[in-house]
Design a protein around this ligand. Structure first.
Ligand code: PTJ
Length: 253
């Protein structure tokens, strides 16, 4: 384990890279996951590596949507498992959602390792190993899910989802919550609730909002969910990226 000094200006970014590397070494994260992380980091840099106000609003809307759901499922891929296993298990507990391993580049081996990894971080049940359901409209390997998991879900959290699958889930009528740092990506553009933020900040933030809303009435939750405007959230993130100046980013490399 490499020691990274906490006062290093790029501490969070270096820890994240280390986790993704370790994920690849443990057979949890795909090599493609390294590339995805690099892409995400570039957008995070442009956003100022912080949760912008519109992303916080989205996290609150996501929490309300999850608390109102009948059968919420959080989809976990190799990047999510490596970066935020405990945080993802905590979110599932806070909103009473199922966890399902769902991989873009599926192998049984990696799916099993991810399920074990989540259990090591406190998950009691992990779905995604049965593969007895499908997302219609995708080729077989990409569309396999659990019949009593994502197939039956009304609300799905798909952090870092591929655009085709986000569209196919949308066509199934799912309410989708997507976490993605790129506001131009197809998956957040398809989502009912796009959270343009780093997964590492977004997942615990949704959990914090869910805890804060634990005593809210269904009417209050519905009000929060319906007043959220996904177009505005995407526009706000894009404006932040386009309008930011490098000088205001105090940790420029
Ligand atoms: O484990 P698998 O097989 O399911 O594969 C997972 C990846 C992520 C490799 C796969 O889904 C993939 O190739 O994704 P893409 O098409 O590269 O898209 C990844 C998206 O996630 C990009 O839009 C990135 O900007 C974004 N992203 C990367 N890291 C983060 C992120 N968004 C939020 N937080 C991050 N840490």
């Amino acid at each position: 384990e490499t020691e990274i000094p906490e006062d290093h200006p790029r501490y969070a970014s270096l820890v994240t890279r280390h986790r993704i590397e370790a994920g690849v070494e443990q057979g949890i994260t795909s090599k493609q996951g390294l590339i995805a992380q690099g892409r995400g980091e570039a957008f995070d840099y442009l956003l100022g590596e912080r949760t912008i106000p519109s992303a916080d609003d989205a996290a609150r809307a996501a929490a309300a949507t999850l608390l109102l759901a009948d059968r919420p499922v959080i989809s976990v891929n190799g990047n999510v498992a490596a970066l935020a296993p405990s945080e993802t298990v905590d979110l599932a507990g806070a909103v009473d959602a199922d966890l399902e391993v769902n991989l873009f580049n599926h192998t049984d081996e990696r799916a099993r390792r991810i399920a074990d990894h989540l259990r090591d971080h406190g998950a009691s049940e992990v779905k995604g190993l049965a593969g007895d359901g499908e997302i219609p409209g995708l080729d077989h390997a990409r569309g396999v899910v659990d019949a009593d998991g994502i197939e039956a879900a009304d609300v799905v959290v798909v952090p870092l989802e591929d655009g085709d699958r986000a569209a196919a889930l949308d066509a199934m009528g799912k309410t989708e919550i997507v976490v993605d740092l790129n506001p131009g990506s197809r998956s957040p553009r398809t989502a009912d609730v796009p959270i343009i933020d780093n997964l590492l900040r977004a997942v615990p933030n949704v959990t914090a909002h869910a805890r804060d809303l634990a005593d809210a009435t269904p009417a209050e939750l519905a009000g929060i969910a319906s007043s959220f405007d996904s177009e505005n959230a995407l526009d706000a993130a894009e404006e932040t990226i386009r309008g930011g100046s490098f000088e205001s980013r105090d940790d420029a490399e």
